[in-house]
Design a protein around this ligand. Structure first.
Ligand code: PGA
Length: 211
C-alpha cells in the first residue's frame, strides 16, 4: 500500500523517518537499512542519529545497502558513493563500516556486480526500511523513467539531465561519470517499507508523475 504524506517542511519528514527507524531498531537490532545519497535524506539521517544517541540504541549489528554507485569512478574519489555514504551515513549514525555495502562500480567486475549485490541483500534477509529521494526527471536510485519495474541491480547510462544535476559535486560536467550501477526498481520494491522523500518545487512534477 502506498501513502502520500504531505508535511510542513523537510524537518517533519526527517522526524517521521527517524522515529520509524528508531522504533524498528528497538525491536530488531539486526535491522537492514536501504540507504540513499543526495541532499534529500541528509536531515533524516541527522535526526535518526540524534534519537540513537539520546536513547542509546545499539546499531552495531545494523546492515546498510546503498542504492547506487558511479561506474568507473575510483572508490577513493571524494564523490564516489562509497565515500558519500561513509561521510553522510556510516559516520553520522555510527554504523559498523564492514556492514555497510555499496554496489561495486569497478569496470572490471561490473557485469556481475549487480547480481552479486542482489544476492548480498537477499543473504542479509532483505531490506527492512529503504529511504529514497527522487530526481527532477523522476529517477529513483539511478533508474530513469521507463526502467523496468522488475529490474535488478545493474549497470545503467546516466541521462544528460542527471549528469547536469550532479555536476555541482564535480569541477565540471565533463568529470561526471557517464555510467552507474544501481539497485533496480524490482530490487527497491522488495524492501518491506519504503520512504520516498521529495522537497521543493523543482521536484513537484516528478512527484505528480510518480504518484
Ligand atoms: P537530491 O537527489 O536528493 O540531491 O535532490 C535525489 C536523486 O537524484 O535521487
Amino acid at each position: 500500500m502506498a501513502e502520500v504524506i504531505i508535511v510542513k517542511d523537510p524537518q517533519q519528514a526527517a522526524v517521521l523517518y527517524a522515529t520509524t527507524v528508531a522504533n524498528a531498531l528497538k525491536n530488531d537490532p539486526n535491522l537492514v537499512l536501504g540507504l540513499a545519497t543526495g541532499s534529500t535524506p541528509v536531515q533524516a539521517y541527522r535526526e535518526l542519529a540524534k534519537i540513537i544517541q539520546a536513547e542509546n540504541i545499539d546499531v552495531s549489528q545494523v546492515q546498510g545497502f546503498a542504492l547506487d554507485e558511479y561506474a568507473g569512478l575510483s572508490e577513493d574519489h571524494p564523490e564516489s558513493y562509497h565515500n558519500v555514504i561513509q561521510r553522510t551515513v556510516t559516520q553520522v549514525l555510527n554504523l559498523t563500516p564492514e556492514l555497510v555495502h555499496v554496489p561495486n562500480g569497478s569496470m572490471e567486475s561490473i557485469q556481475t556486480a549487480g547480481k552479486d549485490y542482489d544476492e548480498a541483500i537477499e543473504c542479509a534477509g532483505g531490506i527492512d526500511i529503504q529511504i529514497l529521494g527522487i530526481g527532477t526527471d523522476g529517477h529513483i536510485g539511478f533508474n530513469e523513467p521507463g526502467s523496468s519495474l522488475s529490474s535488478g541491480t545493474r549497470i545503467k547510462t546516466l541521462t544528460q539531465q542527471t549528469r547536469e544535476d550532479n555536476a555541482r559535486f564535480f569541477n565540471s560536467i565533463d568529470e561526471v561519470p557517464t555510467h552507474c550501477i544501481t539497485q533496480g526498481i524490482g530490487t527497491i520494491m522488495k524492501a518491506r517499507h519504503v520512504f520516498l522523500l521529495a522537497f521543493g518545487e523543482n521536484k513537484a512534477d516528478a512527484v505528480v508523475q510518480t504518484v
